[in-house]
Ligand binder design. Structure first.
Ligand code: HEM
Length: 463
């Protein structure tokens, strides 16, 4: 009996403490509307469950709900406060002006670097860093994102796509592709491989593997980019139990070796003037460490990050664009006619023609608006502050943001927010491509800062 009483008393104390902490968390954000769930938004458990009101927000939440989570809250800023294991507060933004404010001040709203720590698996890098270290990486990489390099991206893209037509599709008129990513992933990889790292990759399978390797560079990068989540959540001994797990470990190991070989090869090869990203990174590699240099580990860490950041996002954008054009053939025809009207017949488009291809640009913008490859951009509040939330009725409200609060920019939230898109755009017909006119000015500006864009068009936007 005494034992039972003790357990009951402890349980009451435990629940009371949790309720008090939960109440304090709600108070800290002025009880601004949003989800009140048992489990925190974005937790590993959340990743595997559908939305269960009161329990979990569910996997892929930002894309599944798009702007409706904000409509439910009545404001374009939403709070999510969870209960267990300890109260966690997130502020989710679907408001263009608030996003602009958060996105344009790295000091007030830095990246939550701890959340990115796992991406430093080959070494520290531009994505997994903030503050002075981030500034240093940015300064070193920036010169590579020049007009000269854009031109190189353009020419390489043309070479690679022509190679697809000639070698893989062998000049055929009709080609059936099971999954569009089978085409767009290699295109993006080949472009970043050659324009970023001077590594000419093409469509022919590598029949002879380089000495000491069991899989090709292409295959290792594919394994790494598609199985990164598996590698991060499973310890080595678990991965070693299955064939897929062993392949994953092998992919990660081989990519590490390939990247070190790339560095050695470039350092020992004949010096020629190059304008790629790799040259900028390498020029700053030194054993004597100062503000303008990269250590070996930082060099490989950054090569890895640029390969991953530039390859998956671009490939998925291209894939969605092709899928939408296939679904909406009248839009495809409009695009085709526009290209024909601005480019002389049978001439390859040059880099200088890019500004004429406004409709193509519109298609990419609209594709990224509808299917943003990155759906939640995490930030942190470095100070006690406020943000202003708007809503569909044009009202405004101040939301309290305590220091240390996790902030998430919901890209589908802002992209599907009716306040940002006038009636001639996509509302009510969410799968239709509307090339131009682009969204209202405010949303367009915000949208552009969010999307640092595909390799062949807008590299400089990252910087
Ligand atoms: C459709 C193509 C792309 C999309 C949608 C995209 C999207 C994004 C987003 C949303 C961020 C986070 C921004 C933030 O934290 O504020 C980001 C960061 C980054 N992206 Fe991209 N990206 C694309 C292509 C590329 C390419 C081609 C490269 C490199 C060649 C690249 C390199 C980076 C890097 C290095 C960062 C980290 C920047 C930093 O923390 O300062 N991205 N990208």
């Amino acid at each position: 009996m005494t034992g039972l009483l003790l357990v009951l008393s402890l349980s009451v104390i435990y629940v009371t403490q949790k309720l008090l902490a939960h109440w304090r968390a709600l108070k800290s954000v002025g009880n601004h509307p949003g989800y009140r769930t048992l489990l925190p938004m974005g937790s590993v458990v959340d990743y595997f469950l559908p939305r269960l009101p009161g329990i979990t927000a569910g996997s892929n939440h930002y894309f599944v709900t798009k702007h409706s989570m904000f409509e439910e809250a009545g404001w374009d800023i939403h709070t999510a406060v969870s209960f267990w294991p300890s109260p966690k507060t997130s502020i989710v933004l679907g408001d263009a002006a608030a996003i602009k404010e958060v996105g344009s001040s790295r000091a007030r709203f830095p990246k939550p670097v701890k959340q990115y720590a796992s991406l430093a698996l080959y070494g520290p890098n531009i994505v997994a860093s903030e503050g002075e270290q981030w500034k240093r990486y940015r300064k070193i990489a920036a010169p590579a994102f020049s007009d000269r390099n854009n031109k190189m991206v353009w020419n390489e893209t043309a070479r690679i796509v022509n190679g697809l037509f000639e070698t893989v599709w062998d000049g055929r008129d009709v080609v059936t592709v099971d999954h569009c990513l089978d085409i767009t992933l290699p295109i993006a990889l080949f472009v970043i491989g050659s324009a970023g790292f001077g590594k000419t990759l093409d469509w022919k399978e590598e029949i002879v593997l380089p000495p000491g390797h069991k899989i090709s560079f292409k295959e290792s990068l594919h394994i790494v980019t598609t199985r990164i989540f598996l590698r991060l959540i499973c310890p080595h001994w678990i991965l070693n139990l299955t064939k897929r797990g062993r392949e994953t470990l092998q992919g990660f190991e081989e990519l590490g070796v390939y990247m070190s070989e790339m560095v050695k090869e470039r350092l020992t090869s004949e010096k020629v003037e190059r304008h790629d990203l790799f040259s900028s990174l390498l020029a700053s590699n030194s054993h004597v460490f100062d503000a303008s240099t990269l250590t070996e580990e930082e060099l490989v860490g950054n090569i890895f990050m640029f390969l991953v950041a530039g390859h998956e996002t671009t490939a998925h954008t291209l894939c969605f664009a092709f899928a939408l054009l296939a679904l909406y053939q009248e839009e495809q025809e409009t695009l085709y006619q526009h290209i024909k009207s601005v480019l002389p017949r049978d001439r390859q488009p040059d880099y200088e023609d890019m500004s004429l291809l406004t409709h193509s640009m519109g298609v990419f913008y609209e594709t990224m608006r509808l299917f943003p490859p990155v759906i939640g951009i995490p930030k942190l509040s470095a100070e006690d502050t406020i943000l202003e939330a708007g809503n569909i009725n044009g009202e405004k409200k101040t939301v309290v943001v305590p220091q240390g609060t996790r902030i998430v920019i919901s890209t589908p939230g802002v992209h599907y927010n009716q306040a940002n898109f006038n009636s001639s755009t996509v509302l009510g017909r969410p799968a239709r491509i509307q090339a131009i006119p682009l969204p209202q000015r405010l949303a367009t500006r915000c949208f552009r800062t969010l999307q640092c864009w595909c390799s062949c068009l807008h590299w400089p936007k990252v910087f």
